[in-house]
Design a binder for this molecule. Structure first.
Ligand code: SAM
Length: 282
């Protein structure tokens, strides 16, 4: 039984970092005409109304997208994300926050493909409806790891695999690395972007250590902690592990972090941008 609903959290500081990385990777893929595939393992509902009861109940977007909407920082990766969210809100006010599938779909070209898996019945139905008329988009009500097995490799050998579990269960932490290893055997040339929360520093570090120990190559870590680490006090930070990042991403995220820190973090927040492994790790 899935209890997590992204509609309570859409547009929060974790979405901001994740979607900045997502937009940057897709924009990089678009530099070549050749088609590519975005595979979204935990797709969610697709888009979220700010006025909804769920978003108003938590107000998490206030400490996320609302801090950046309508602003320009001069840092490309932040500004291209913010301008995309603005474009999806043509009235000039923040009315809807796009989920990862809507972000991908609005950046994809005619020749590109979006594959989404989502297991929650309500969110799956919303997502399916949103893309009913878009032939580039495939939406499956399926388990994320099963979807990777079923749909990879895609026809196009370039792409992004976005992995965004809710980490409601310990199995989510344990399942990511084997799923990524299996997916990489099928689709080695893709970029993989894996979201993780910082709720407990020891657990976060052990999650990341497993990737390094497993010899996952070309591994970039990007993390933004809005408060000092504090176990048991909710999500204090958010991070992304990116395998095979575009060669410009680490530099662009390093430029973005001071501005994200200023916009999203309190005085004791901290950020990291670090390559953890190279081309040929031990
Ligand atoms: N990627 C979305 C975005 O950025 O807009 C948010 C996704 S949310 C963090 C995680 C989603 O995964 C939820 O909608 C949840 O229903 C779904 N989910 C949980 N377990 C799943 C599983 N085993 N397979 C597929 N989807 C799952």
């Amino acid at each position: 039984m899935l209890s997590y609903r992204h509609s309570y959290h859409a547009g929060n500081f974790a979405d901001v970092l994740k979607h900045i990385v997502q937009v940057a990777i897709i924009e990089y893929l678009k530099k070549k005409d050749k088609p590519f595939t975005v595979h979204d393992t935990h797709a969610g509902a697709g888009s979220y109304a700010i006025a909804s009861e769920h978003m108003q109940k938590t107000g998490e977007y206030q400490d996320g997208i609302a801090k950046l909407f309508g602003k320009r920082t001069g840092v490309g990766v932040i500004d291209q994300y913010v301008s995309l969210v603005e474009k999806l809100n043509p009235v000039g006010r923040l009315m809807d926050y796009p989920g990862s599938p809507q972000i991908s779909a609005s950046l994809l070209r005619e020749q590109d493909v979006l594959q989404c898996t989502e297991l929650h019945s309500t969110d799956f139905t919303l997502l399916k409806r949103e893309f009913a008329d878009d032939k580039r988009v495939q939406v499956l009500k399926d388990d994320a790891w099963h979807g990777l097995k079923a749909l990879l490799p895609p026809r196009h050998r370039r792409g992004l695999v976005l992995i965004d579990p809710s980490y409601e269960m310990e199995a989510d932490y344990n399942g990511v690395l084997p799923a990524v290893q299996m997916a990489m055997e099928r689709f080695a040339t893709a970029t993989y972007a894996i979201w993780y929360p910082v709720l407990d520093r020891n657990r976060t570090e052990s999650f990341i250590r497993r990737f390094v120990k497993a010899g996952i190559p070309n591994l970039l870590r990007v993390e933004c902690c809005v408060r000092p680490d504090a176990s048991g006090r909710g999500m204090t930070g958010t991070g992304m592990l990116i395998i095979n990042p575009p060669y410009t991403l680490a530099q662009h995220m390093a430029q973005a972090m001071p501005l994200l820190k200023e916009a999203l973090c309190d005085a004791n927040g901290h950020t990291t941008v670090k390559m953890l492994t190279g081309e040929n790790p031990q």
